[in-house]
Design a protein around this ligand. Sequence first.
Ligand code: SF4
Ligand code: SF4
Length: 392
Amino acid sequence: MEATKYEEWSLGLHQQAASQRVPISGTLEVTRRCNLTCVHCYNNLPLVDREVREAELSSQEYCQILDEIVDQGCLWLLFTGGEPFAKSDFLEIYTHAKKKGLLITLFTNGTLITPRIADYLVQWRPFSVEITLYGHTKETYERVTGIPGSYERCTRGIRLFMERDLPLKLKTMAIRPNKHELWDMKQFVEQDLGLEFKFDAMINPRFDCSVEPVAVRLTPEEIVELDLLDPERAMEWRRFDERFTCAVEASEQCTALYRCGGGINSFAIDPYGMLRLCILSQSASYDLRKGSFQAGWKSFLSAVRQTKTTRQSKCITCRIRAMCGMCPANGELEGRDPEEPIDFLCELAHLRAYALDISVTPHGECEYCRGGSKYEELMRAVAKLRRSSNKR
Ligand code: SF4
Ligand code: SF4
């Protein structure tokens, strides 16, 4: 199916699932252990941590959960980690998911891929595989991952998948240590390898509350500069605004804390069997070792979705909310408060909107809106960004 038709089809399915509350998409974080130690990572734990390994769901428990999620209507499944292939019985779990007919996306760092694994995936083909490339050169890649030899292992994994024509896409996290190689990575992947490439610059604090990853995060100005330097990316943001930016709702009618698809048409399960609205949301969880997925989905997550806001915030009637990473889970991770706007995200969303001529309407007291204390500064940044992107 061509990309735009596929997008329409998938969006239609999700909308239908949302109107009936069907768990159509799931994320299974099969392990948080990883063989790499990336500087920006929000959840990795040591590969050989025995205690962590023993706490993870067994393959039998996973197979039981897979049976239950399919019974409830799940169609799409994302396997992620940590590094999924760090879990020794991952292929057993994966194969069970395939046999259940799930459409599987696999996120991997690619470094543990062997010819045997690649051949196996040819036999049990995923819907798509995404490998994260952390740098164009070995030096930069390994500065991010912290592991000597990981660059060669990753490129070998890419080659093994490409030789077998597996549905591979490459991506990167744009962060301080690799920003200077971003366009080289894009050119290498798109032109030399002929694969799809995307990047993301959103970095979260770690689940254990460490803010270390945030130290390598790009500034809002640097992130928006990347948008402006890539016309396709700028166009995608404008398209996103036209399609998803919500109408401004009257604040008194907007009392729901959660406005995403979590618990409506999607869910996440961590390596220890805790069911949640999404992978980032850590506050409310249901133990699938103690109850069924059906009960977790139908009663627990449904109740979580009923949570109301406790106060008025500038996010409630913000027109660019869909473009902004601010959500209760991010609020909890970064500021310990699900309702408190995160200043970094707010600045980034406003700067991006102004730089791309996306309309921002008044939404209460906001320092980044016209008349706000940081508005003029943001406008100077927009002018500077436009000047520098016009020069290139
Ligand atoms: S490869 Fe992924 S999970 Fe592993 S350390 Fe890097 S970002 Fe974290
Ligand atoms: S841009 Fe600011 S006000 Fe709007 S949703 Fe994001 S954090 Fe909230």
